[in-house]
Design a protein around this ligand. Structure first.
Ligand code: ASP
Length: 344
């Protein structure tokens, strides 16, 4: 007799709005006890899955998220990887795009779903978006196709859209539709049915999961704006030990052509700094050399980030520098799509 596969999922609760419940008398918000998940949400039993919960202690508002926490999360997933078919990570929405991006690089050869979700309104509030986000994330993490997980990658599910985690940005602090994936189509669209966009989902690698927990935090972000002063640029580039800089540029990778600006960057590059050019736009790509205003950046050795998001660029730089690759390798890998994070 064929033994039916009983789907097992691990829900990892890290903190954030989704986990709050409102006291009906006082109106105060306090964390929801996900450990009693079946008592709190009896409907979960109808899925017929085995769902376990791991709550982090302490829980964190995601504005307090740190790379050390990503390491804890990656290690937990590695430890539980063989036991569960999929993982749902409940996380505050504020920095969810950073965490999902980081985990995508840290979990190499991921062959199981890691679905991040959260909400704009706490679970305990009547009009919450948390309930739908949570239940659909569970269904997506459990989905299988020909015996294989349907979405074997790090994703974010929010308000009817499943997106590749390292392609997302939080762009709305008010609407339930809080995330945008401006340069990559949704992995699934959710309405009456969950419609998977199968040819957009990463393929199974069939290799063994390998986690990378060495991240180098000597990176920073410099956002350009009209009037950015020489002192501010020099102060940023003068950060002791700085190894990588994400330069958030205008439009298709453009920057001022002032000679002080170019020479400050050029000197830093000659001293070994890696500068990665990412656009401030939510959609579209860096194309170095298209305009005169990016031509000089290309000449001095700034690396074009194509259509990568700032969140993903930051995680990728921390990851690549942390692996101890040579400067040449880091530069080459920055321009290679490692986890579907950029179009090359
Ligand atoms: N401040 C909260 C957090 O990111 C907001 C949210 O959960 O959406 O943790």
């Amino acid at each position: 007799m064929i033994q039916e596969h009983n789907t097992s999922l691990l829900v990892i609760y890290t903190g954030g709005t989704i986990g709050m419940t409102q006291n009906p008398v006082t109106g105060a918000l306090s964390p929801f006890n996900f450990n009693d998940i079946y008592e709190q949400m009896p409907v979960l039993k109808d899925f017929g899955y085995n769902i376990d919960v791991h709550s982090f202690d302490p829980l964190v508002d995601s504005s307090n998220m740190k790379p050390a926490f990503w390491i804890k999360l990656a290690k937990l997933i590695e430890e539980k990887y063989e036991i569960y078919d999929g993982f749902v990570v409940l996380h505050g929405s504020d920095t969810m795009a950073y965490s999902a991006s980081a985990l995508s690089f840290m979990l190499e050869n991921l062959n199981k779903p890691v679905v991040f979700t959260g909400s704009q309104l706490p679970m305990g509030v009547i009009r919450t978006d948390g309930r739908e986000n949570f239940l659909t994330a569970i269904e997506i993490a459990a989905a299988r196709d020909h015996e294989l997980p349907t979405v074997p990658e790090v994703s974010i599910y929010f308000e009817n859209h499943l997106m590749r985690g390292n392609r997302t940005t939080k762009f709305n602090a008010e609407h339930f539709n809080a995330f945008v994936s401006g340069n990559y189509p949704p992995l699934a669209e959710v309405g009456v049915h969950i419609k998977y966009n199968k040819n957009r989902i990463l393929k199974h690698s069939f290799r063994k999961l390998k986690i990378h927990t060495e991240l180098d935090y000597n990176v920073t972000i410099l956002k350009l704006f009209p009037g950015l002063s020489e002192a501010a640029v020099k102060a940023t580039l003068g950060i002791p030990g700085l190894k990588g800089l994400i330069l958030e540029t205008f439009g298709s990778g453009n920057a001022p052509t002032d000679s002080w600006f170019i020479s400050v960057l050029e000197n830093a590059i000659n001293d070994g700094l890696i500068i990665f050019n990412v656009t401030q736009c939510k959609s579209g790509a860096v194309e170095l050399g298209r305009y005169e205003t990016s031509f000089e950046l290309q000449r001095i050795g700034v690396i074009g980030g194509s259509d990568i998001t700032t969140e993903s660029a930051l995680a990728k730089l921390m990851y690549l520098i942390g692996q101890g690759f040579s400067r040449k390798e880091v530069i080459q890998l920055l321009q290679t799509s490692l986890r579907g994070e950029m179009t090359v």
